[in-house]
Each structure stands twice: as C-alpha cells, then as structure tokens.
Design a protein around this ligand. Structure first.
Ligand SMILES: O=C(CO)[C@H](O)[C@H](O)COP(=O)(O)O
Length: 252
C-alpha cells in the first residue's frame, strides 16, 4: 500500500502563550493531520522547550486519534539525551508516536552508574520498549548520521523492534526557521527505494519552496513549523503540502 500524505505542523513555531487553542485550531480548522511536538532538553540539542506536563495540557485541546496514525496524532520528536527514561511519562501525557534520535539511543551521559546500566539500550530494544508501552515508535537521524545505520534496524527479524516511522532531519536539530538542507534528501530516496510503504518524515526548513524536492525524494510525512504558523493562511499551506505529497509520493 502506498504511504499516506501526512502533514504535521511543528508547534515550535506556535504562540506558546496560547498553545492549546493553537493546536486545536491547527488540526480542526486548518486541516493538519498530526501535530509535531518538539521536546528539547538542552543537552542533546542547545535549546530547551517543554516536558510531559505541558504535552498533557495541550493534548486535552485536541481529539485523540481514532486509528493509530489518525488525525490528531501527537508526534513527539524527542531531542533528548535519555529517550528511554521518558517513554512512560509521555505516554501518560497523551503522546501517540514517540520518535527518539538514533544518536541518543546509546547515550547515558547524565545518569548515575546504576541508571546507566538500566537505561543504556540499543535502538531495537528501545523500539520494542516503546511498542510494549502501546505507542508508535519513530527513529530520527541528525544530518551527520549516515542512513546506513538504519538498515539492520529496519531488517530486524523481531517485528516489535522495527520502527513505524523514520525521521530524516533536514536541519541540525534545535531551532525552527533554519535553512532546508537538500543534502539530506539522498537518505530519503535510499529509504524510499528499499521501503515503498515506510512512513518517512522530513523536518526542518519545509514549506512551499522546498516541498517539491522533499516529495520527489519520497518523503510522505512533512513537518513544517514557521511555514505553517507564520503563514497568513495556514490552511492553504497545509493543503499545498498535502497535494504535492499526494501527487508525487502517493500516486493520487
Ligand atoms: O525539530 C525541529 C528543530 O529541531 C523543528 O521541528 C523544525 O525545525 C521545524 O521548524 P521549521 O519548519 O521552521 O524549520
């Protein structure tokens, strides 16, 4: 089955003073499919956003998805050093898809020795843990990480250790409003060639000026922050992004 076009505005560019209503409007009025929720800890990336309590509050403004990938899915992009540690808290808060960074799956920099042995994990084990908690699992790659690290993970003989989505960063993570890195698109194309059905998300610098390149490479889950929240008509931008992906990736 061809992948679906999924437009996931990044709420990093929303007005944080009225985050709940902004999220609800983005899904219910402007037609977004998912909401992309950027969690930054000041360690893994040089910026801090917010944690599970805030996600719990904004979740209550948006209807829960009726299917695993349905409208209103909270796609939490965990730009944090210890991804395993926070799975349960984010589940309780209403996260639907927990997307951790490959580069952080082995990281335990700020743990005590006891915590280190408990939290240290491999990407496959972490994906299984996320699935066992009842969440969808995503794995993200920073621009400097080669796509080759994913082949063994995607070919795992253990179904529960395979991700539901791969996120290819098209900026260095940490801030919204950066310039799109077209140099990352060969990773998307390589993934799409091998996996016609995989959810492949791109994040960073996406908007009307860059969507053609991303869709030509095969991305079907599009994160856009400033292009959506900075637009006069966010609904129009979301529709344009979706139409481009439908035409170029979904064969509609
Ligand atoms: O993960 C992110 C930054 O680390 C953001 O989701 C991303 O950059 C979106 O912002 P914009 O569309 O403005 O580039």
């Amino acid at each position: 089955m061809a992948p679906q076009a999924i437009i996931a505005p990044s709420i990093l560019s929303a007005d944080f003073a009225v985050l709940g209503p902004e999220c609800s409007k983005t899904v219910n009025e402007h037609g977004a499919d998912w909401l992309h929720v950027d969690i930054m800890d000041g360690h893994f990336v040089p910026n801090i956003t917010f944690g599970a309590p805030v996600v719990g509050k904004i979740r209550s403004h948006v209807d829960k998805p009726s299917t695993p990938h349905g409208k209103g899915t909270f796609d939490c992009h965990m730009m944090i050093a210890e991804p395993k540690k926070w799975v349960r808290d984010f589940k309780k808060a209403g996260c639907d898809l927990y997307c951790f960074h490959y580069e952080a799956a082995f990281s335990d920099a700020s743990c005590s020795p006891e915590e280190k042995s408990e939290l240290k994990t491999s990407p496959g084990e972490l994906i299984r843990y996320i699935h066992d908690e009842g969440l969808l699992a995503g794995i993200a790659l920073k621009p400097d990480t080669p796509v080759d690290v994913l082949w063994d993970i995607l070919e795992s003989p253990i179904e529960k250790e395979k991700p539901d989505m791969v996120l290819i960063m098209t900026v260095h993570p940490g801030f919204g409003g950066q310039k799109f890195m077209a140099s990352e698109l060969p990773k998307v194309a390589a993934l799409r060639e091998k996996y016609p059905d995989l959810n492949i998300e791109v994040d960073g610098g996406l908007g009307p000026g860059t969507i053609d390149q991303a869709a030509d490479a095969g991305a079907n889950v599009i994160v856009a922050g400033s292009a959506v929240f900075g637009a006069k008509d966010p609904g129009e931008v979301i529709s344009l992004l979706r139409k481009t992906v439908e035409e170029k990736v979904c064969g509609k």
